[in-house]
Design a protein around this ligand. Structure first.
Ligand SMILES: C[S@@+](CC[C@H](N)C(=O)[O-])C[C@H]1O[C@@H](n2cnc3c(N)ncnc32)[C@H](O)[C@@H]1O
Length: 262
């Protein structure tokens, strides 16, 4: 499995084109690529979040985790070291900072995140604008409690945490949300749940919405889910960054699928 995954990554690394915007004819994608995806702008918040990550990576504490999802390929026991959750479950600084820049660029008012874990991606999503509301979902109560503490350390007050299985919490919460501007799908990396969450969120999406899927090449099931999402009639443009897939619905953009080296 790991060999197949590494080969997929190697293929992406060798053949993904369009670095520095070369060969991109879509003005929208060109702007996104040159000003957001490839930007190396730094913000003070990045240091605060990354200092917390460094601190947790040296932690010797453990936590009991309840996993309602596809689980981890590396961490099998429910008693997990905090440092391993940071290492294996959280998106690293490069991707966290990309989420931050995407939020800065699109200025979403309502963000939904499936999979809080210790809250690293949530902090990057919530930090740009205090007026944005971030609804973040997590099944494990112990992780939610720790994430809550991290949000308070960062003084982030625009995060609403929803704890429980996505199966019930997502449809219940969506009833209360009028429209979704930005969604980060980062939990339960399996075919059926991923497609199901996508369809549920799609009901609240609009032309300007941005959906981001984590680990689109993680497994055969995720490859299938990504393929189905790309082929959905409402999906206009997709950008495959290997570890993340970005989806747009704006009909003013011409239908295209890009694979971009990141
Ligand atoms: C990959 S981690 C999220 C990492 C986080 N977004 C970050 O980058 O820091 C996925 C999380 O989703 C949660 N999860 C998976 N399936 C779930 C489900 N069906 N219901 C609730 N939570 C679930 C897991 O408990 C796990 O903490």
């Amino acid at each position: 499995m790991n060999i197949a995954y590494n080969l997929k990554f190697l293929k992406y690394h060798l053949f993904a084109k369009h670095r520095n915007g070369h060969g991109i004819h879509s003005p929208f994608v060109y702007e996104l690529l040159t000003t957001v995806i490839e930007s190396d702008d730094q913000f003070y918040t990045f240091n605060d979040i990354e200092n917390l990550r460094i601190q947790l990576l040296t932690s010797t504490n453990t936590i009991e985790v309840t996993d309602f999802g596809a689980g981890s390929k590396v961490q099998k026991s429910p008693i997990r070291k905090i440092k391993n959750i940071v290492k294996y479950s959280a998106r690293n600084s490069k991707y966290g900072q990309l989420l931050f820049r995407l939020v800065t660029f699109f200025e979403p008012k309502t963000i939904l995140e499936l999979g809080t874990s210790l809250g690293f991606s949530t902090m990057y999503l919530a930090a740009p604008y205090s007026k944005t509301t971030v609804y973040t979902f997590e099944g494990c109560l112990n992780l939610s409690k720790m994430a809550k503490y991290h949000f308070s350390l960062m003084n982030l007050k625009n995060i609403q945490q929803i704890t429980g299985n996505f199966k019930t919490t997502l449809p219940e919460t969506l009833k209360k949300i009028k429209k979704l501007d930005f969604v980060f799908f980062d939990g339960n990396h399996r075919y059926e749940p991923t497609v199901n969450y996508f369809q549920l969120c799609l009901e609240k999406a609009h032309e300007e919405s941005v959906f981001i899927f984590d680990d689109i090449h993680w497994s055969h099931e995720m490859e299938l889910a990504w393929k189905q999402i790309k082929n959905h009639p409402k999906v206009v443009l997709t950008i495959d960054l290997f570890f993340l897939g970005i989806v747009f619905f704006n009909t003013e953009i011409s239908k295209q699928h890009f694979t971009i080296k990141f």
